[in-house]
Design a protein around this ligand. Structure first.
Ligand SMILES: [Cu+2]
Length: 292
């Protein structure tokens, strides 16, 4: 029985890497299949330079971790299989308080950590660099939605869960959520931004702490009452479209019902939209000012 277990353990140790191969192959798939299949388990590569840098950093660190795990577990399994008592192995006592070994196993992790910290710090500095922005939008999180203020243009609006999702989510609504398009991920008024423009967000909270998170932009920033946090993104010029996100800070009862939708348009489309919004809002303000 023991001999059978022995040979099973030996076979398992020599074949374990064969089992790991398909998983590793899937994780390292080319970016062309980024948003489908197994790749959905991974981060998105996104549509901004920063999001890709974050993704590349994540993959680099991931492979470093895989290599470390392979070396550590490989040595462990190999030792357990080959140097077990049933094979007549005797414990080695020379490794205890061996200065040379202790220096090596302290220095090697330090070198690895410093090597990982350099690219991580470089990307972090870029994420925080909000200089030379071309458009500033104030984002205010509230229970349960987002307010967007285009500070230089006098345009402001609320963005809430779209009516269809809102109706379907009601208890005993009788509406099948699977029939609602983008259920709980759609809003009435999306945030509209232009492509190829460095957009700075000033993020704050009106009541409790929320968090503005759009994975495709590599942006996730807390919206804290009394604080103004900064974030920025620049969407690739060839990637206009709708991008979705959610509140990422547990903020209360309807935390799961305050999605984010960003409508990224060409610069010309965006300018036209902004002008139209500014004109509409100015007109809407006139009667109020006249009667007030
Ligand atoms: Cu929230």
């Amino acid at each position: 029985m023991i001999r059978a277990l022995d040979s099973f353990a030996t076979r398992l140790a020599t074949k374990a890497w064969l089992l790991a191969l398909p998983v590793l192959a899937l994780l390292g798939m080319p970016p062309a299949r980024a948003e489908s299949g197994w790749q959905q388990l991974n981060m998105t590569r996104g549509v901004t330079e920063i999001s890709r840098k974050i993704y590349d950093l994540h993959m680099t660190i991931f492979w470093v971790c895989v290599a470390i795990a392979a070396v550590v577990f490989g040595a462990m399994i190999w030792s357990i299989v080959n140097y077990r008592r049933s094979k007549g192995a005797v414990a080695d006592v020379t490794l205890v308080h061996n200065t040379k070994v202790e220096v090596i196993w302290t220095a090697v992790p330090v070198v690895i950590l410093v090597a990982m910290a350099v690219p991580a710090a470089r990307t972090l500095v870029e994420i925080e660099d909000t200089s030379r922005t071309e458009l500033t939008i104030k984002v205010t999180g509230f229970q349960w939605g987002w307010q967007y203020d285009y500070l230089d243009d006098g345009v402001a609006f609320f963005s809430r869960l779209d009516r269809k999702s809102d109706a379907a989510r009601e208890l005993l609504s009788g509406i099948d959520p699977s029939t609602v398009e983008h259920y709980l991920l759609n809003v009435d008024n999306p945030l509209v931004v232009p492509v190829g423009t460095k957009v700075r967000l000033l993020i704050t909270g009106a009541d409790v702490i929320h968090s503005w998170w759009v994975p495709a932009f590599g942006v996730k920033k807390d919206a804290i009452p009394g604080f103004v946090n900064e974030a920025w993104f620049r969407v690739d010029t060839d990637k206009p479209g709708l991008y979705r996100g959610q509140c990422a800070e547990l903020c209360g009862r309807d935390h799961g019902f305050m999605p984010i939708v960003v409508d990224v348009r060409s610069k010309a489309d965006f300018d036209a939209w902004l002008k139209e919004q500014a004109a509409q809002q100015k007109q809407a303000a006139v009667p109020a000012a006249a009667t007030g």
